[in-house]
Ligand binder design. Structure first.
Ligand SMILES: Nc1ncnc2c1ncn2[C@@H]1O[C@H](COP(=O)(O)OP(=O)(O)OP(=O)(O)O)[C@@H](O)[C@H]1O
Ligand SMILES: [Mg+2]
Length: 276
């Protein structure tokens, strides 16, 4: 009986409140942009905790403040008001130089547009954050190769970005995000430029990193399907959180991939249609 009542209490609480080990603690965060005479209130009092090993999908209409929050979480921008602890560090008051340092050590970014350096190989792209962190050349190459292996690109290390598919380029971006062993990975619409199968393959990479390495992942998406691979969904509207729920009926990307037709099957089906 005691067990049941404990379970009931746990159910009633939000996932974040169950974790003492919060990686992100945002308290009443406001962000106002000043554009000439106009003030844009992008965030209007956001409070949220994210624990280690969580996998959160952020959703909400265009302009609701998702990227603004990601930029603050990722130390790319200061809140106008409110407190922010990242991995126990108070970053709301940090100087620009400190922010850059914290960002490089604690956060891995993945963007919709990949943001790879075009004239350098996959391996060198992944090495970049370690150059800023002052890691020695030999160690850099070793760790970059290891990160590329994790995302399944061991045999493409020497390719330039334009010699890789969109999905492979995004994997390089994930490897680069991983390489300093950050506390969190932030991904802002990482599947925005990818087709269905490639998107699910990416979700498989994220689910594996989350399950096997306990990586904390926060991902913005407009696609309902993509949010279903997360463990928790937060919905924004007009600069506020209007919904924060655990994902029930979470999908496994590996399973979805087994059910999706492969590229060859799609080609074969198209060819058959042509001859009919
Ligand atoms: N640098 C900026 N200067 C001024 N206003 C900005 C700036 N960045 C964002 N905004 C405004 O802040 C609000 C929130 O923008 P934000 O980019 O966070 O939305 P979003 O939820 O990420 O939208 P989308 O889904 O389209 O990416 C919008 O009204 C936007 O116009
Ligand atoms: Mg955005």
């Amino acid at each position: 009986m005691i067990e049941t009542s404990l379970e009931a209490t746990a159910e009633a609480r939000r996932p974040s409140e169950l974790m003492n080990d919060a990686v992100i603690q945002l308290e009443n965060i406001h962000k106002t942009y000043h554009l000439g005479d106009i003030d844009v209130h992008a965030l209007r009092g956001v409070s949220v905790n994210v624990g280690r090993g969580e996998y959160v999908a952020i959703m909400g209409p265009s302009g609701s403040g998702k990227s603004t929050m990601m930029n603050i979480i990722g130390c790319l921008d200061h809140p106008t008001r409110g407190n922010y602890l990242l991995d126990g560090l108070d970053v709301s008051q940090a100087s620009k130089a400190d922010l850059a340092d914290i960002r490089n050590k604690k956060v891995g970014f993945v963007f919709q547009s990949f943001n790879l350096v075009s004239r350098t190989s996959a391996l060198e792209n992944v090495e970049l954050p370690m150059i800023y962190a002052g890691v020695r050349a030999k160690e850099r190459a070793r760790r970059a190769a290891e990160a590329l292996e994790i995302v399944g690109l061991k045999d493409r290390m020497r390719n330039l970005p334009n010699q890789l598919s969109g999905g492979q380029q995004q994997r390089v971006a994930i490897a680069r995000a991983l390489v300093n062993n950050p506390a969190i990975i932030l991904a802002d619409e990482p599947t925005g430029a990818l087709d269905t199968r490639t998107s699910v393959e990416l979700m498989e990479v994220f689910q594996t990193l989350n399950a096997e390495r306990n990586m904390t992942i926060i991902l913005v998406t407009h696609e309902h399907d993509i949010s279903e691979y997360s463990k928790r969904v937060i919905v924004f509207r007009d600069g506020r959180i209007v919904k924060d729920q655990p994902m029930t009926g979470r999908r496994s990307a590996a399973e979805t991939l087994r059910e999706l037709p492969t590229e060859e099957e799609l080609d074969a089906a198209a060819a058959e249609e042509m001859t009919e």
